[in-house]
Ligand binder design. Structure first.
Ligand code: AP5
Ligand code: MG
Length: 211
């Protein structure tokens, strides 16, 4: 199954993609994670991407598309993949059609007030990138997956979060209609417990029409 997870910053794309990857046995391909790793390693892509991530703007389409095209050629993607954070513009979605058309796009719908609360309180594992939250997972002091240190993402300050939401509304939200028109869209209510959302996603994937 080739799946795109759509949703605003903070909607839970990363949280759901990680769980789905574990249960479905297909890789999570997160462009945000790829850029953060490149920044950490000081690669040329990382040096170029940093200024965009720091202000919550989109990295240019041609840079992102090239990275995704290469990643999807890797052997572990042969049996399917979960795209988390890509595509983010109609131009990226059209490029993806040329690389590897997807079967389904799942939009995780969450209102803006919740998104701001989630992002400004989020803690991420410095090592594997897993997400936690100061208020909803206050007892978690180290990463539950790998024991790594939990830190705030540099783009999770209020000013950058507001810009990320603006960029999402202007450039990424049109993808909801893009996939609806292709008959490939499912929308899930993302304002519920993580496990309930995951349950609904699994039900969608298991339903006959989506096999
Ligand atoms: P990216 O890393 O993709 O960031 P994003 O889209 O802003 O999304 P987030 O990762 O912030 O949120 P999420 O939906 O994954 O939520 P999460 O599960 O963590 O991109 C970062 C940057 O990279 C971009 O700004 C851009 O510069 C660049 N970039 C990336 N892709 C690009 C592309 N294709 N083109 C151009 N540029 C690109 O959850 C958030 C919080 O909520 C956590 O604390 C979590 O614990 C909590 N939470 C999750 N689910 C729930 C729930 N059900 N109830 C309560 N809390 C929950
Ligand atoms: Mg994410």
């Amino acid at each position: 199954m080739k799946i795109v997870l759509l949703g605003a910053p903070g909607a839970g794309k990363g949280t759901q993609a990680r769980l789905l990857s574990e249960s479905a046995g297909i890789p999570q391909v997160s462009t945000g994670d790829i850029f953060r790793a490149a920044i950490k390693n000081g690669t040329p892509v990382g040096l170029e991407a940093k200024a965009y991530l720091d202000r919550g703007a989109l990295v240019p389409n041609e840079v992102v598309v090239k990275i995704v095209a290469e990643r999807l050629k890797e052997e572990d993607c042969a049996g399917g993949f979960i795209l988390d954070g890509f595509p983010r513009t109609v131009a990226q979605a059209e490029a993806l059609e040329g690389i590897c058309p997807v079967d389904l796009a799942i939009d995780i719908a969450v209102g803006e007030e919740d998104l701001i609360r989630r992002l400004t309180g989020r803690l991420v594992c410095k090592n594997c990138g897993a997400s936690f939250h100061r208020d909803t997972t206050p007892s978690v002091k180290a990463c539950e997956h790998c024991g790594g240190e939990l830190v705030q993402r540099p783009d999770d300050n209020l000013e950058t979060v507001r810009n990320r939401l603006k960029v999402y509304n202007e450039q990424t939200a049109p993808l909801i209609d893009y996939y609806r028109q292709k008959g490939k869209l499912e929308v899930v209510n993302g304002e519920r417990k993580v496990e309930d959302i995951q349950g609904e996603i699994l039900k969608i994937l298991q339903s006959g029409s989506r096999k």
